[in-house]
Design a binder for this molecule. Structure first.
Ligand SMILES: O=C(O)CCC(=O)C(=O)O
Length: 265
């Protein structure tokens, strides 16, 4: 196994009026990933004047970048603020459908983003709650670091190492296939495992080693296309992990997706 060990419609209430302070600003910028169009440049991009050390992770059909986006003190602040303000799904939204069976998800989940956006996965449709200041702050830091704009974030909270996420791909049709998925981790470091689609299960058609990462507090993992076409990922149970973790996956949802489907039928 390749090991990359990094230290370091919806009834849910959305709370975005909790008083909070802004996190400290950090100066970061990724020179080689800058793809911000001239008209999109805004003066706040100038704050991020130091490159963050990116690490490239590659395998057949897998293209990821990994870096520390927030230093410990700031990551601690962000974790605390998210604990105060994020409202997690309950009821039907806290369940998934797998092969027609309905299960409670083994973690907590929330969805935030631009007005009216919805995201459907595992048979459940979630409406985005309005961005909170902390989520906007993190989203803007990710945009500055990557040059990519995001209109939606899926938040997963793992209370400890018993909470987990099964193997899946983020390949839903409503996601912009040209946009990376940007995964920010805060809290306990957790193993994150990629497995090639041809090397899953007992009757694998090929021998391809999994790619095993450890996602650190304050880190950013970019899953670039075509990673989610060829590779499944999971966050397995780790009984020795006793503290919580929050993961935010920033995504770009195609706003005209549903219109496009209707026109084609
Ligand atoms: O918590 C994680 O790092 C995994 C999140 C994930 O796989 C997802 O949001 O699709």
């Amino acid at each position: 196994m390749d090991q990359f060990l990094f230290q370091g419609q919806n009834k849910r209430l959305c709370s975005n009026d909790v008083p909070r302070r802004s996190p400290r600003k950090k100066k970061t910028k990724m020179e080689e990933h800058e793809s911000i169009k001239e008209e999109d440049k805004d003066p706040s991009f100038e704050e991020f004047s130091h490159p963050i050390p990116w690490q490239k992770i590659e395998a057949e059909g897998l293209d990821c970048d990994y870096a520390l986006l927030f230093l410990k003190e700031e990551a601690d602040d962000l974790f605390r603020q998210l604990e105060e303000e994020v409202v997690y799904s309950t009821g039907e939204e806290a369940k998934v459908q797998v092969f027609g069976k309905v299960y409670n998800i083994p973690r907590k989940q929330a969805t935030y983003g631009n007005a009216g956006l919805t995201y459907t996965y595992s048979g459940v449709t979630c409406l985005a709650c309005p961005w909170t200041p902390t989520l906007e702050y993190i989203r803007n830091a990710v945009t500055r670091a990557t040059g990519q704009k995001f209109n939606f974030v899926l938040i997963n909270r793992y209370k400890d190492g018993q909470d987990h996420m099964g193997e899946h791909r983020d390949d839903e049709k409503e996601l912009d296939p040209s946009c990376p998925i940007a995964s920010v981790s805060l809290g306990a470091a957790r193993d994150f495992i990629f497995r090639h689609r041809d090397a899953r299960g007992k009757r694998t058609s090929r021998q391809i080693d999994p790619v095993n990462l450890k996602l650190a507090h304050g880190s950013l993992l970019l899953m670039n296309p075509p990673t989610n076409t060829f590779w499944y990922h999971s966050l397995p149970v780790r009984k020795k992990v006793l503290s919580p973790r929050i993961n935010l996956t920033f995504r770009r949802i195609l706003v005209d997706f549903r219109k496009t489907i209707k026109q084609n039928h």
